[in-house]
Design a protein around this ligand. Structure first.
Ligand code: PMM
Length: 308
């Protein structure tokens, strides 16, 4: 799929798939829980993600791993606000990963420029109106219910068609609540109420999202489907979360090649390099397609054919 040159109000067009670095300010996220609870360390880590090639940093204060319990709103605010403020002050484009309108509003006041809601506005019925008032881009992810019970909701006959249709309905709902459709980013919600086969089917068919005509965010990072895919052949044990980064970078670049607007990852360097390569290949392919230039010969090889 050709990459759409989506420009979102207030955000740069990076000219390639953007990279959203993950900063979970939580004690219990499934792969980085507890590492960035101290605000100073969290801000330093966010800056490091940018130095490694992240275009945006996604700050979250509540784990959404399968089975996770909700945290009190005061706790979520206390975790994320100093970090959002600290990064925004240093010029970082911050998105706030929250299901709560109150947190989204406070984070935007503190400098966040995107609201990323894994429930797409369904967990808090004040969210869509709050985002409409704030006038910032809004990630509407596919969501069927809170993390505590979501594994029981992974029931599909045709996962790709159903997930796209459900997000399409949620897109209509948030637009009815006042969100500008030009501000909506959609997301298949890999790992949320989905089994391994569902995640693979979604990742393989990102073309299907073209019907919604919105930028697509894809977040495969360290998710369970990768762990299961790469399970130890002897024991059947899933690959541990911290050892899924190579597969994550591969999944991210495959999403970029299918036209994703952005990918969301914990380990930025490899994905940032991979999406730059993907963009260079696409640019090269389009120049060749138009007959303007020939592909560069491999290094050390002349493009002039020599006689033997
Ligand atoms: N996944 C997680 C958290 N936030 N946001 C979006 N838009 N899409 C996702 O798939 C998504 C998300 C869970 O992963 P984490 O606990 O490693 O952050």
């Amino acid at each position: 799929m050709e990459r759409h040159s989506y420009t979102l109000p207030g955000l740069p067009d990076w000219g390639r798939c953007a990279v959203l670095g993950i900063l979970n300010v939580t004690p219990d996220s499934f792969s980085d829980g507890g590492r960035w609870l101290d605000p100073g360390r969290a801000v330093a880590h966010g800056l490091e993600l940018v130095a490694q090639g992240a275009d945006l940093v996604d700050v979250g204060g509540e784990s959404t791993r399968p089975g996770a319990r909700r945290v009190p709103v005061e706790e979520e605010l206390a975790r994320v606000l100093p970090v959002v403020r600290g990064l925004a002050r240093q010029g970082v484009t911050v998105s706030i990963d929250t299901m709560r309108a109150e947190v989204a509003e406070a984070a935007v006041d503190a400098g966040a420029r995107i609201v990323n809601d894994v429930s797409g506005g369904r967990a808090d019925d004040r969210m869509a109106k709050a985002v409409a008032r704030a006038g910032v881009p809004f990630v509407v992810m596919h969501w069927r219910g809170q993390s505590a019970g979501m594994d029981g909701l992974a029931d599909y006959r045709d996962v790709v068609t159903e997930v796209v249709a459900e997000v399409g309905r949620q897109l209509d709902a948030v637009v009815s609540a006042g969100v500008d459709p030009a501000q909506v980013i959609v997301d298949p919600g890999l790992g949320f109420a989905k089994g391994r086969g569902d995640d693979l089917a979604l990742l393989a068919a990102l073309d299907a999202w073209a019907v919604l005509d919105r930028p697509l965010l894809v977040a495969p990072s360290r998710k369970r489907f990768l762990g299961e895919l790469l399970a130890d052949p002897a024991t059947g044990e899933p690959r541990p979360a911290g050892e899924r980064d190579a597969a994550t970078a591969a999944a991210a670049v495959l999403a970029a090649a299918q036209g994703a607007w952005a990918v969301r990852v914990h380990e930025v360097r490899a994905t940032a390099d991979a999406v730059r390569l993907e963009a260079a290949l696409r640019a090269s392919r389009s120049r060749v397609g138009q007959g303007r230039v020939r592909p560069d010969p491999p290094a050390g090889q002349s493009s002039v054919r020599r006689s033997r």
